[in-house]
Design a protein around this ligand. Sequence first.
Ligand code: NAD
Ligand code: TDX
Length: 340
Amino acid sequence: MADEVFIPHNIIVTGGCGFIGSNFVHYVVNNHPDVHVTVLDALTYAGNIENIAGLPADRVEFVHGNICDAELLDKIVPGHDAIVHYAAESHNDNSIADPEPFLKTNVEGTFRLLEAVRKYGIRYHHVSTDEVYGDLALDDPAKFTESTPYHPSSPYSSTKAASDMLVRAWTRTYGLKTTISNCSNNYGPYQHVEKFIPRQITNILEGERPKLYGRGENVRDWIHTEDHSSGVWTILTKGRIGETYLIGANGEKNNIDVLRMILKMMGQPEDAFDWVKDRPGHDRRYAIDSTKLRTELGWTPTHTDFESGLKATIDWYTDNRQWWEPAKAATEAKYRQQGQ
Ligand code: NAD
Ligand code: TDX
C-alpha cells in the first residue's frame, strides 16, 4: 500500500528546460493549479528556455544555474518542499565520445542535490532510466522489474546507475525521503535532434537520409513523454518512501520497424535510409514490467497508440522547424565525425 499522499506546494524541477523535464513542468502547471515550480537548469546544449516559454510567471520561476553549485542550492532550496531531479547529460553517443561531463552532472550533481535535501529536510524524486539494468537478449521473453540486478553498459547508463545508488545510500543512512523511477525510451515533441526519432524525422525534412545503427534489430520500449510525466507525478505524491518504480507502456519495437513507420508516414520509400557504424557496446533490448506502479499506485498510460503518437510527433517537427533547426547542423557534424 502507498504511504500517505504527499501534497507538494513549491517544487524545484532540475533540468526543466530539457525534453522530459519541460514536459513535466507543463504537466504540473496544467493539472495542479496549487503547485509553484522553480526550474533549475544550466541551459546546456540540450536545454532550451523556449520549452517553458509562455507559462504563467506566478506559477513558474526560472533559475539559470548548475546542480553542482552547492552555494546556489543553499540559496534556492529553502522554502521548497520537494526536488524532482531530471537534469542530466542524457545521450549515450555523447557519453562514448566524451564521458567526463556525465560524471560531473549525473554523479556529482546528484550528490549535491542529495546533500541539499539532507540539509533542508525536503522530499526528493530521482528520475532515472531502464538502462541501469543493462540489456536483454532479443529472443528473451523477460522484462526488467524493480528487482533486476544493475548491469549498465555505457558511460551514460553507468553514471545514472551510480546516481541511483547514491540516492539509495543517502536514504538508508541519513533517512532521506526519496523515491526513484526508471523509465524506458521517451518520444514526443521537444526532444533534441540527436535522439533516434527526431534525428530521422528532421533528416527527412532536410532532404537527408535517416541513419540506422548496426542491423536495426535493437529493441526499445517506447513511451510518450506525457505518460512519463504522469508516472513521475504519481510516484512523487503517492509512492512509498525509499521505493523504486519502473515506468513503461508496453511499447517494444525494433529500430528498423520504427524507421520504416517514419519513412512511410513521411512519404518516403521504405529503403531510403543509410546503414551506419554500430554504437560500441550497443544495448540489444530494453523492456519494462510496470506492474508495481500500475497495481500499487493505480497509474495507467494514456498515449498507448504508438502510430498516432508518432504521427503527431512528425507533425510537430514539421511545424516547428525554428525550434530544431539551430541545433541540427552541429549535431550532424558531430555524428559525421563519429562515422554515424
Ligand atoms: P535532455 O538532455 O533533453 O535535458 C537535460 C536537461 O538538463 C537540459 O535542459 C540541460 O540544460 C539540463 N542540464 C544538464 N546538465 C545540467 C547541470 N549540470 N545543471 C543543471 N541543468 C543541467 O534530457 P531528457 O531526455 O529530457 O532526460 C531527462 C531525464 O530523464 C534524465 O535524467 C534522463 O536520464 C532521464 N530519462 C530519459 C529518458 C529518455 O528517453 N530521454 C528515458 C528515461 C529516463
Ligand atoms: O541515428 C541513430 N540511429 C540509430 O539506429 C540514433 C541516434 C540512434 N539509433 C539507435 C540506437 C538505439 O538502439 O536507436 C535507438 C535509440 O537511440 P537513442 O535515441 O540514442 O536512445 P537510447 O540510447 O536508447 O537512450 C534513450 O533512452 C533511455 C535516451 O537517450 C536515454 O536518455 C534514456 O535513458
